[in-house]
Design a protein around this ligand. Structure first.
Ligand code: XIL
Length: 372
């Protein structure tokens, strides 16, 4: 086993073997700090490492009917994202009419647990991102672009305003680029009517609604399409050059097609940080069938999870990693058209009985292996 180096404050402690992570740090060679840390779960390890470790949830995970086992699994995370409840389509059943029940429940539960909340997402044109009424509403308007601007501004005021001081980060714009291409997606009502500047408008307005919130553009498939990653950076640079308040980039981290390439991912995170932007992995899932040919697929999946965490931990401006679902019984991949054929995808940290998987242990070990 390779020796692991712990950078603890200004001191370096060398540990051999991985068992130290589970047994506490008594296996490390020296130092009073090492003795006092003790065994910790995911939440403690994340706080110790200075990294937000989040989970995407639907309201059933925090409802009164949720089992104690589920609630305690939720508390393993330091950050919560609403998997669906904060999308425009979920919040607004009709133009100007809002129903905040599930979103409020998720936010209140997270805050009661001392967890950070990521807001996902204000503007997204795919899957369940857009309200069904939007097209008809714009169709009735004499000035479609003007009406869209108005609806966007109202949506931001209503939603960002409601959660001001509670939602720490907003994915203001989700997936602005074409799916595997390098250009702005043209099959997108926002860019069709307002051009690329719809991004700036949304950022400026969101910043006014909650100056304390960190504002993100969130993108998918950049991890294994280098031209798309370059396009995301170019877009972010144009947005910054035009003076819009962009604070970070989210890389979704849906590793459907291939496991993460640790070196490439770390380089990508570093390039974002070099622009002065924060970066988070916002929707991580790594399907188990990717490792079917390995002798121990769960161990290989655990290694892939560790790769992602180690890449982020190596970059100080990489401030968080969120996994897209609590447990393997609740993964969107099993019903998503591109991945349902390989169901059960078992891509998360807890299995379908809410038991911690080897991936959970490897993530805790990665977090305990570093102090930032
Ligand atoms: C997914 C949810 O997980 C599903 O439950 C829903 O049916 C569709 O949306 N990129 C995103 C997320 O930004 O909002 C998506 O979430 C997954 C892909």
């Amino acid at each position: 086993m390779l020796p692991l180096t712990l950078n603890k404050a200004r001191r370096v402690v060398v540990c051999t073997g991985m068992a130290f992570a589970l047994l506490g740090l008594a296996a490390c060679s020296d130092g009073p700090d090492a003795q006092s840390l003790g065994p910790v779960g995911l939440n403690g390890a994340a706080r110790q490492a200075g990294l937000q470790v989040g989970v995407a949830l639907n309201v059933s995970a925090v409802a009164e009917t949720a089992s104690e086992q589920r609630r305690s699994a939720v508390r393993e995370f330091t950050s919560v994202t609403a998997e669906n409840a904060m999308k425009w389509a979920s919040l607004a059943p009709a133009p100007g009419r809002y129903e905040f029940g599930p979103a409020d429940q998720l936010v209140n539960a997270a805050l009661a647990n001392g967890q950070r909340v990521r807001g996902h997402t204000l503007f997204w044109h795919r899957l369940n991102g857009l309200p069904g009424w939007l097209e008809a509403e714009l169709g009735q308007a004499s000035d479609r672009a003007g009406r869209l601007r108005e609806l966007m501004a109202n949506h931001i005021d209503t939603v960002v305003g409601r959660y001001a001081g509670q939602v720490a980060q907003w994915d203001v714009i989700n997936e602005p680029l074409s799916i595997v291409g390098a250009d702005l997606d043209t099959d997108n009502v926002f860019s069709q009517l307002l051009g690329e500047q719809y991004i700036d408008l949304a950022l400026l307005h969101a910043h006014a609604a909650d100056p304390s919130a960190e504002l993100y553009i969130n993108e998918t498939f950049t991890e294994f399409v280098p031209t798309k990653f370059d396009a995301l950076l170019a877009l972010a640079q144009r947005v910054l050059d035009r003076g819009a308040p962009l604070h970070g980039l989210g890389l979704q981290g849906h590793f459907f097609f291939q496991p993460p390439d640790a070196g490439l991912l770390q380089e990508q995170l570093q390039r974002i940080a070099a622009m002065g932007l924060k970066v988070e992995i916002t929707e991580l899932d790594i399907p188990l069938p990717l490792f079917n040919a390995e002798p121990d697929p769960l161990a290989a999946q655990a290694g892939a999870y560790a790769d992602v965490f180690n890449a982020c931990l190596a970059v100080p401006l990489c401030s968080g990693i969120t996994v897209w679902g609590l447990d393997d019984a609740n993964t969107w991949l099993d019903s998503f058209e591109l991945t349902q054929a390989s169901a059960p995808n078992r891509p998360l940290l807890f299995d379908d009985q809410l038991r911690a998987k080897p991936a959970y242990d490897s993530v805790v070990a990665a977090l305990l292996g570093v102090m930032r």
